[in-house]
Design a protein around this ligand. Structure first.
Ligand code: PHE
Length: 438
């Protein structure tokens, strides 16, 4: 699951894939007429950046992360409980406050600029995000609210909500998923409270350069104490969720808004899985938001991935199921109880291949294709695989061949039904993406 696509390494890789990037402005009818669109009770103007689709819009406001008896809601509450227990104020009350109902429609300033994400960063591409117009999009991460909450004077908080990304399609990727972000800011007194003679210590220093260990403004001792606190809390979290014996490891990472940065991986079913990204908040963000005397850490994690591991849920589409066969398995009074999901019945898959020549003069992105398939096939599409890329040596034209795997979660799909969907996909992509079916 691409939970941490803001990291730079992934971004650089993606640049190569984006050779064929093309505007999606044709896909939803919504951006031709009318020129405005109503989302969550507000009207927004549309423009040639609009690429939000009716299917995506239908997910707005569903708030699975706070739905009663929903597995995502249990994981959310267990994470909150961990933070409530781990940090107490002097009266014994929780230090962290929780924001789980912030509107997912944000500005590019919130989603990118406030987090120092450069103007040409790959994560801003139309092929990666759902834009309502050039300045407004569905948040691509809950980190989008970090700066505004710090500017309100908050020092310890969690942000939880739905996030939206255009991405590949398989059993671990869905264009809408849920994240938890956490932020903790500390003053000098708080950081060095356990030091006997803190008079010689500081959290800031001037005149040093950035290194792999720290930003130029910070002292190494302050960073190390923050790093220790951050890692202890996050390891504590995975141990609370998966048990004391869970195997984990830290991997260095790069994000535009933290430095140094890490990823936490856990070993699950003999595979290393990234479950969160974190780091020391860039001091520029704290300067701009007025928290000038503090140093901070931040992390972001995806709820689906944790819930899939915790409850053995094999397919990310199941979280959106309204089928009682799924939902009833999660009815419990105790959110900490261990539940293992039992597949209701796995209906057979139907597969169909599709090959086409890419347009020559306009850019093409596989994500444009994935969105159309998702629009037409809905949740009957389990997976799309790019299985072959071919360049004709004479004409230099490129063709892509994709395998589309169809499977309904709750009933058997007939080949006839699948063929109809497939035909519709062919007609639509020929018209909207200017490709030529082979
Ligand atoms: N927002 C990042 C992502 O979704 C995760 C993250 C949050 C990393 C906060 C570091 C600090 O990819």
């Amino acid at each position: 699951m691409k939970i941490y696509w803001f990291r730079l390494t992934k971004g650089i890789k993606n640049y190569n894939l984006k050779l064929f990037y093309r505007s999606l402005s044709n896909i939803p009818e919504i951006n031709k007429s009318p020129r405005t669109i109503k989302l969550l009770n507000y009207k927004y103007s549309t423009d040639n950046w609009t690429n939000i689709t009716p299917k995506i819009i239908s997910h707005l406001g569903q708030n699975l992360h706070i739905a009663k008896n929903h597995p995502l809601s249990y994981v959310r509450q267990r994470i909150i409980n961990h933070f409530y227990k781990s940090y107490l104020n002097r009266l014994g009350n929780p230090l962290f406050s929780v924001y789980d109902n912030i509107n997912p429609i944000v500005t590019t300033v919130q989603n990118f600029d406030s987090l120092l994400i450069p103007i040409d960063h790959v994560s801003r591409a139309k092929s990666d995000c759902y834009y309502i117009n050039q300045e407004t999009l569905l948040r691509a991460h809950t980190t989008a609210h970090q700066a505004e909450l710090i500017a309100l004077g908050l020092d310890n908080f969690l942000i939880i909500g739905d996030v939206y990304r255009r991405d590949e399609i398989d059993c671990t990727h869905y264009p809408v998923f849920h994240q938890v972000d956490g932020v903790r800011l500390c003053t000098m007194e708080q950081i060095f409270k356990n030091v006997r003679d803190p008079s010689k210590l500081n959290i800031f220093e001037y005149g040093s350069n950035e290194s792999i260990d720290k930003q130029r403004y910070h002292t190494l001792e302050a960073v190390k104490i923050m790093e220790y606190d951050l890692k202890k809390t996050l390891v504590g979290l995975v141990q609370t969720l998966f048990g004391k014996d869970i195997k984990y490891r830290w991997v260095n990472q790069i994000f535009p808004f933290t430095h140094p940065s890490w990823e936490l991986e856990i070993c699950f079913n003999d595979k290393w899985l990234e479950i969160l990204g974190c780091g020391i908040i860039r001091q520029e963000i704290l300067h701009k938001t007025g928290a000038v005397d503090r140093i901070g850490w931040a992390f972001g994690l995806g709820l689906e991935r944790l819930a899939m591991c915790l409850y053995s849920i094999p397919d990310i589409r199941l979280f959106w199921s309204t089928d009682s066969g799924f939902l009833n398995q999660f009815v419990t009074d105790n959110i900490n109880s261990s539940i293992t999901y039992k597949p209701i019945s796995l209906h057979p898959q139907c597969t169909n291949d599709i090959s086409f020549w890419l347009p020559q003069d306009i850019e093409y992105s596989s994500n444009d294709f994935y969105d159309i398939v998702r629009e037409i096939g809905g949740d009957k599409v389990e997976q799309i695989l790019l299985i072959d890329t071919y360049v004709n040596p004479k004409t230099k034209r490129t063709s892509h061949c994709y395998k589309i795997v169809y499977r309904h979660m709750e009933r058997v799909l007939s080949q006839e039904e699948v063929n109809k969907i497939h035909k519709q996909i062919e007609i639509t992509i020929s018209k909207q993406l200017n490709v030529v079916i082979r």
